[in-house]
Design a protein around this ligand. Structure first.
Ligand code: GAR
Length: 219
């Protein structure tokens, strides 16, 4: 299944997807990795894996809509069946999101609907929550509000810094994102209106808890 992956930074989620493909666990063809930041480390990871890379720099465009149009043209040139937002840190316009409705997945570093937006780990610590985590969801016009596919939970420990928590959450991101992408590539995962269907059955609104997936089918 042809996919295009969008990144803005380190690309550790991208790496987990590349690793899945290289291990023969993920039936996708990464046609391109596109970044809005020329210096994103993820571009080096993609190049090291022999994947085509492009930069579409938002600073080169007068408006969000102009940037999104250029980004859409760059993506569509590769005819992806799925667009993967792997740490892509731009808010997307409604027209862009609607163009990819039902075929764009995002990973968010919090247990949505808690902590949408930025600085999720700092905010989780400030709020004193005992549990934090990550969510894979389909992208809709509501920022971080699309139907949820998978969540993974981590404990918040006394004395955690935002970086401690980020590292614990990232480890789980690297498990749940490839899993959701695999389901989509296998034709098992679909978005229908505001619901997610897995094997034609609607998921609960919070999505599936990764801990509930039997170990032998999870990786
Ligand atoms: C990840 O934690 C991802 O969930 C988050 O950015 C990080 C990217 O890390 N995404 C968002 O906050 C989207 N709003 P990575 O570049 O190492 O994959």
């Amino acid at each position: 299944m042809p996919v295009v992956i969008l990144i803005s930074g380190s690309g550790s989620n991208l790496q987990s997807i590349i690793d899945g493909v290289q291990a023969g666990d993920l039936p996708i063809d990464i046609r391109a990795v596109i970044s809005n930041q020329a210096e994103a480390h993820g571009l080096q990871r993609a190049k090291a894996a022999g994947i085509h890379t492009e930069v579409v720099n938002h600073r080169d465009y007068p408006s969000r809509e102009d940037f999104d149009r250029a980004l859409q043209a760059a993506i569509d040139a590769h005819e992806p069946a799925l667009v993967i937002l792997a740490g892509f840190m731009r808010i997307l316009s409604h027209a862009f999101v609607e163009h990819y409705l039902g075929r764009m997945l995002n990973i968010h570093p919090a247990l949505l609907p808690h902590f949408p937006g930025l600085n999720t780990h700092e905010r989780a610590l400030q709020d004193g929550v005992q549990e934090h985590g990550a969510t894979v969801h389909f992208v809709t016009t509501e920022v971080d509000g699309g139907p949820r596919v998978l969540q993974a939970r981590v404990p918040v420990r006394a004395g955690d810094s935002p970086d401690d928590l980020a590292a614990r959450v990232l480890e789980q991101e690297h498990r749940i994102f490839p899993q959701a992408i695999r389901w989509f590539a296998e034709g098992r995962l679909k978005m229908q209106y505001d619901k997610v269907l897995l094997d034609d059955k609607p998921l609960p609104t919070s999505g599936i808890d990764f801990a509930d997936i039997p170990a032998d089918s999870a990786d």
